[in-house]
Design a binder for this molecule. Structure first.
Ligand code: F6R
Ligand code: MG
Ligand code: MG
Length: 386
């Protein structure tokens, strides 16, 4: 059977700050999805949240970018945002950038990860959802899952994975994508995805038969809206087992709480902490950036499950390390590399401070009676490595 899995998420307002989704907003969204299920638009759905992001997990047979499914998600977010407004929740309607829906939810604010697949006899999947970070945060773990044999021994010892995977990488600044094959082009791949703010893994396919293995929501709101509206808390759907990473290989990729941009005011690097659904709330310094994972089986479009994948003592040490890293990073205060580089910050007020101070800057030559500043001499080329 061909089934489409659509995960569409948005921050439509949250309780006590940018902290956690309110259950009443989830109930409002649930009502809309239940109606869509009754009308036959959806086969099944599951609603959850991570931090202040409401997550709609939906299955159907209508393919990716389907107007009816996207409209359903849009209406669910609208209804949830109305409830958020009524309850006086914080930043109600935050990610809904448009007043009206026009055929496709992409570009309107919500994040979208969709895959249209031929269901295998058993179709295990994991959906990873993060808060207080951005889509490039999945570059490192997806690389580990699908290209690093130290994480995924199946790449070496399972003949059906041995040909490796190809990665579709999107340049979010230019709006162009390139497909690179691992292991053959591993170094080229790493050269790009090591800059996760610009190059984002969007899709992964198995090399030998082009089987779609993973998709990522790649929306970056600031690049879409032209200004920062909120972080672009990302989602990825990963197919598992039988010639794909085992569930445990997928989870292993998150046992190292790597540094991701986001956290407080979308402007700080912090560790991505894998947590259970119950701990999926932004607290310390609006974070640390949180990740949840839900495991399902998809059968004839039905979502069987979920299992709360990080609700497990095996991830206690990853969380402990994340807390140690959080302490260490926090001690930098407003200094880089805890604080992001100015172009990546959610707050765009640094240029205003520079502008304000501009009249107070004096030419070094005037101050020290030299012909010119030693720093302006070599300014033009910027070439330092020949
Ligand atoms: C980051 C985030 C929060 C807010 C912070 C300030 O993506 O959602 O860290 O940036 O709580 O929010 P405002 O400016 O709305 O008070
Ligand atoms: Mg928010
Ligand atoms: Mg969020």
């Amino acid at each position: 059977m061909r089934t489409t899995i659509s995960v569409i998420k948005a921050d439509i307002g949250s309780l006590a700050g940018h902290h956690v989704v309110h259950p009443d907003t989830m109930a409002a969204a649930s009502k809309v999805l239940a109606e869509a299920k009754a009308q036959g638009i959806l086969i099944d759905y599951y609603i959850t949240h991570v931090g202040d992001d409401l997550q709609l997990i939906m299955t159907h047979t209508r393919g990716e970018l389907d107007p009816k499914v996207h409209e359903t998600a849009w209406n669910a977010f609208k209804k949830a945002a109305e409830v958020a407004r009524d309850l006086g929740l914080y930043a109600a309607g935050q990610d809904l950038l448009s007043d009206s829906f026009s055929g496709n939810i992409r570009g309107l604010g919500p994040g979208v990860a969709e895959m249209d697949i031929e269901e295998r006899i058993s179709e295990p999947i994991a959906i990873f959802m993060a808060d207080k970070t951005e889509p490039g945060a999945f570059n490192l773990p997806l690389y580990k899952m699908f290209a690093d044999p130290f994480n995924t021994p199946g790449l070496v010892i399972d003949p059906t994975m041995h040909d490796g995977f190809k990665f579709e990488v999107l340049d979010v600044y230019e709006g162009e994508a390139v497909t690179l094959t691992a292991p053959q082009e591993l170094y080229d791949l790493l050269a790009l995805i090591g800059t996760p703010a610009r190059y984002v893994i969007r899709r992964i396919y198995r090399n030998d038969d082009n089987l779609l293995a993973a998709v990522v929501a790649i929306e970056r709101l600031n690049l879409i809206a032209g200004k920062y509206v909120g972080k672009d808390d990302p989602v990825t759907i990963v197919r598992l087992q039988h010639g794909l990473p085992a569930l445990g290989e997928a989870l292993e990729a998150f046992s190292f709480p790597h540094l991701v941009p986001g956290w407080m005011r979308g402007s700080h690097y912090g560790p991505l902490m894998p947590v259970s659904q119950r701990d999926a709330r932004a607290t310390r310094f609006d974070g640390p950036p949180r990740l949840i994972g839900l495991g399902f089986n998809v059968k004839n479009g039905k979502l069987v499950g979920p299992s709360d994948l990080f609700d497990d003592p095996a991830f206690d040490e990853a969380r402990r390390l994340a807390n140690v890293i959080a302490d260490y990073m926090r001690r930098h205060g407003t200094f880089m590399p805890h604080r992001l580089e100015p172009t990546e910050m959610e707050y765009t007020t640094l240029p205003l401070i520079q502008e304000k101070l501009k009249p107070r800057f004096k030419k070094e030559a005037d101050m020290y009676k030299t012909k010119e500043s030693i720093y302006t001499k070599g300014k033009s080329t910027g070439e330092t490595h020949d």
